[in-house]
Design a protein around this ligand. Sequence first.
Ligand code: ADP
Ligand code: MG
Length: 256
Amino acid sequence: MSTAASAPSGDRRPLVVMEQVNKHFGDLHVLRDIDLTVHEGEVVVLIGPSGSGKSTLCRTINRLETIESGSISIDGRPLPEEGKALAQLRSDVGMVFQSFNLFAHKTILDNVTLGPTKVRGVGRKDAEARARQLLDRVGVGHQADKYPAQLSGGQQQRVAIARSLAMDPKVMLFDEPTSALDPEMINEVLDVMTQLARSGMTMIVVTHEMGFARKAADRVVFMSDGRIVEQATPEQFFTNPQSDRAKDFLGKILTH
Ligand SMILES: Nc1ncnc2c1ncn2[C@@H]1O[C@H](COP(=O)(O)OP(=O)(O)O)[C@@H](O)[C@H]1O
Ligand SMILES: [Mg+2]
């Protein structure tokens, strides 16, 4: 068990545990001795300069990237290498990216029911009922029969969130979910994420939206050059960053 510093977590169970994880791309050492434990219901915001390894860290958690050393487990089980167990793991870990990747030729409803019917074996009727419920929850219930191109970017990203939730994931990863959106659409997506956080979802969120971090995060994890440099509550981190790198980073983002 990692003893890395973290916010108090009571006796909630650890859902994502990374221990001494290392990853290279060729000569580039992108993840260095990463120790990170995320507990059930916890919301962790991952921030740091571009190229610091945030996306790679997220991608190792559902094994879109392999690692060279260390270990990662989800809900007490080590990441499977391949096959059925890997498909199961991927559906336990929801992921929302900058680009929404909805199927253009399928309706909004079909985009959301596809995973549950094909991967989870849920019946069509049940999948639709649940999809409509989730689409309502993210505020696009009335768009269910449209196609992705008929929706705004903010609406499409909320559909992408509903699609992930339809798989009943144990943890949700968000990698800069609002970075590709026009400014007026950012809040509608962050509001959905904030609600999700308050509902008790376990979340790891890479974002430059510091307002969201302050409002919704239990813990901020700051990365630089492939390392976790410091972690603290949002209040502590934003008002009293410890490392020079975090101070430098905050100076740049808050003044622009
Ligand atoms: N598939 C890849 N092949 C080679 N280098 C990569 C690949 N993906 C990311 N990198 C490099 O790894 C480093 C970390 O990237 P990334 O995890 O995307 O950082 P961040 O998300 O913090 O901006 C960067 O230097 C990036 O150029
Ligand atoms: Mg990234």
